[in-house]
Ligand binder design. Structure first.
Ligand SMILES: [Zn+2]
Length: 237
């Protein structure tokens, strides 16, 4: 095998490694994760307002219920005074009775207000429950996709490790200067630095060389380094 044949083997190995790295970067699970994160953000954004409304109504309900409890306590206290046997004058009893009735009315008003707030809360809670369920679905799928991504990455990494391990041996077969030329050209040539000249066609750029150019190349010594006049890649004759 000539030095250039060895270089072609190295090129094939490097191309496989490039393809594997590209596959690793473009695994479909990665795009799906981006979509899911966008969906999560959108749902969070949608629920910000109903959440604030729910919290406001819940605070209102708590405030009203606390007030009901206070009024209830006061009423119980007046009730004890009234029927505890300590009241002797009918006037005092009448005043306490009036107090008690007023407190009962207030309690009933407050309880109606609690019910109103609870009615307002109901549809907000229902909408939030739906959003929470959707967020839960997103989280579940995200975990599945992350696991699938990890598996796919691991598979590519394993292949890449094999290809990378083989590279050192392949590179050792190529003379230092030729290897340096190859490494210099590769980044400029989209990863393909050496190509076969197949008939009059460069397999790197797929352009057909002029007959005179092909003749000129054929006349060069077998070990001479020849570049494609069109793309500049190293040619293997
Ligand atoms: Zn070419």
């Amino acid at each position: 095998m000539s030095d250039l044949d060895h270089l072609l083997d190295l090129q094939a190995n490097d191309t496989t490694a490039d393809q594997l790295r590209h596959r690793r970067e473009t695994l479909p699970e990665r795009a799906r994760l981006v979509e899911l994160d966008e969906r999560h953000r959108a749902l969070e954004q949608e629920t910000a307002e109903p959440r604030a409304e729910r919290d406001r109504l819940a605070r209102e309900q708590k405030r009203l219920e606390d007030e009901v409890a206070t009024v209830e306590e006061k009423a119980a206290s007046v009730d004890r005074q009234l029927y505890g046997g300590g009241v002797t004058s009918p006037k005092e009893a009448q005043a306490l009775q009036a107090d008690l009735e007023s407190l009962k009315r207030r309690q009933s008003q407050l309880e109606d207000m609690v019910l109103e707030v609870m009615e307002q809360l109901e549809p907000v809670e229902a909408a939030l429950a739906e959003s929470d369920a959707a967020l839960g679905q997103v989280a579940t799928e995200r975990a599945q996709v992350e696991a699938a991504l990890a598996d796919a990455e691991q598979a590519v990494e394993a292949e890449l490790a094999q290809v990378t391990a083989a590279r050192a041996e392949l590179a050792a077969q190529v003379p230092t200067e030729l290897l340096a030329e190859y490494e210099r050209l590769r980044p400029q040539m989209g990863g393909i630095a050496v190509a076969r000249l197949s008939g009059p066609t460069c397999q790197g750029c797929h352009l057909t060389l002029a007959a005179a150019e092909v003749d000129e190349i054929r006349r060069r010594p077998a070990d001479a380094l020849v570049h494609c006049p069109d793309c500049g890649r190293l040619l293997v004759r």
